[in-house]
Design a binder for this molecule. Structure first.
Ligand code: PLP
Length: 435
């Protein structure tokens, strides 16, 4: 990844190698292989729902972090191959390429999800839903869902045609895709009332909300002098927690939200291991994806290795004492450089909060009339992601789906020392662009 050696790369959304716990993983792997009761199942085909000890540890860990209305039982958890791989499985089991009308994507969106939806037959039916600091535009989404239903009626799209009825699966009419906390790329965190409104809308229109809850654990205070309290608990419920308790709980045994979690940003993307949470029925249905029925949940060996990190408390300590402080430090460095070099040029941070920060990115708005596509990044040997990369692919609506006035800066990949230099170079590019 990256460009050439002298380029400062604020584009790449990967963790810096220094943030990967290779020593602990080497020990975990050795421990797993030394134990006959671990190594045999770890190296075998596994259960469809995934490595059982890890399901249990994840359930306890999520209960402690999110503090939902009741402890999370392991049967709500399914081990996955990470958020991306699991999104494909969700679409295989719970959508039909015709009966499922649209995929509604909170925009700007995680761009690599678009191909996964395309692969499942939704090309041309991905729709951007705008958001701002008060969250997703629910009024816009409601009207769009009403329009989509009217179109489906006119086209007599009333029955599931391509997927045979299966007791473990339900076909939803709509998919809503969101990253509700520290979104990639916008960094917007949806407020609680907005989360509740979205769950209500999903229930009303028979939609499954797929949430990439992949950045939730990386949170800190923007100001080191006023630490986040508490630092190791979520400050908002996930949408899946809301669906579990709102108005007496889910509408039916399937529910309307699936939380897509991942160890990519916590252990290492190469582990290709994550988890999904939903109602027990939804989690079980997911585990019945054809590819999991043939051989068990993905990443069995990785799952068994990661599981070794839980009983001793190592994983929690690593999050609290290493990962969060290191990311917080990187974030503050980048922000301080932005305040020094970019803000005086008219660059603004439309979604940054003074109370809580997190995730991997900073989303910055360029001073008008400058467009990201005009920036001569090569000239200053700096790379950032131009805003239009995060358009919902195939949606031509320029009111909701144009981001050329923005850039995304990542503080996870570059060496910490280079973050300030990268911003200084970007400021030079912006200054030249404004001339
Ligand atoms: C919103 C979002 N979802 C999913 C992923 C990828 O997750 P995984 O590595 O678990 O497939 C990323 C990685 O950048 C992301 O930002």
């Amino acid at each position: 990844m990256g460009t050439d050696d002298d380029t400062v790369d604020l584009f790449c959304g990967w963790p810096n190698p220094a943030l990967l716990p290779s020593g602990a993983l080497a020990e975990a792997f050795a421990a797993a292989m030394a134990s006959p009761t671990v190594r045999a199942p770890a190296l075998q085909y596994g259960p469809d729902e995934g490595y059982q000890p890890l399901r249990e540890h994840i359930a306890q860990w999520l209960t402690s972090f999110y503090q939902p209305c009741a402890p999370i039982p392991a049967d709500r958890i399914c081990i996955t191959g990470g958020a991306s791989q699991n999104l494909a499985c969700v679409l295989q089991v719970f959508t039909d390429p015709v009966y499922t009308r649209n995929v509604w994507m909170v925009a700007p969106t995680y761009h690599l999800a678009c191909r996964i939806f395309d692969d499942a037959g939704f090309a041309g039916r991905l729709k951007a839903v705008p958001q701002d600091t008060s969250g997703v535009d629910l009024r816009f989404l409601r009207q769009s869902l009403l329009d989509a239903e009217e179109k489906a009626r006119a086209e007599h799209n009333c029955d599931v045609i391509y997927k045979p009825p299966r007791p473990w699966a339900k076909i939803y009419k709509h998919i809503i895709y969101a990253t509700p906390t520290f979104s990639n790329p916008s960094t917007v965190t949806m407020p609680r009332s907005n989360r509740e409104g979205l769950v209500q809308l999903a229930r009303e229109f028979d939609a499954l909300i797929v949430c990439d809850d992949v950045y939730d654990f990386l949170q800190w205070s923007p100001e080191p002098t006023t630490p986040l309290t508490p630092e190791n608990k979520a400050h908002l419920p996930r949408l899946v927690d809301i669906d579990r308790s709102l108005d007496g709980g889910p509408k039916d045994e399937w529910g309307n939200v699936l939380s897509n979690g991942s160890f990519s940003k916590l252990i290492g993307p190469g582990a290709r291991t994550g988890w999904a949470e939903g109602t027990a029925k939804l989690a079980y249905g997911l585990s019945q994806t054809g590819s999991s029925r043939s051989g068990g949940a993905p990443s069995q060996l990785s799952a068994a290795m990661i599981d070794q990190l839980f009983p001793s408390g190592w994983f929690q300590r690593y999050l609290d004492e290493v990962l969060r402080p290191q990311y917080a430090e990187r974030y503050r460095r980048l922000m301080s450089a932005i305040r020094e070099h970019l803000v005086p040029l008219g660059v603004t941070l439309p979604f940054s909060s003074s109370e809580i920060a997190g995730g991997y990115f900073v989303w910055a708005q360029l001073p008008a009339p400058l467009r990201a596509s005009d920036l001569d990044l090569l000239d200053q040997q700096v790379n950032v992601a131009r805003g239009d990369l995060f358009r919902v692919q195939g949606d031509a609506d320029t009111r909701t789906n144009t981001f050329d006035g923005y850039v995304r800066l990542c503080f996870a990949w570059e060496s910490e020392e280079n973050l300030t230099e990268g911003v200084r170079r970007l400021a030079e590019v912006v200054r030249n662009g404004l001339k």
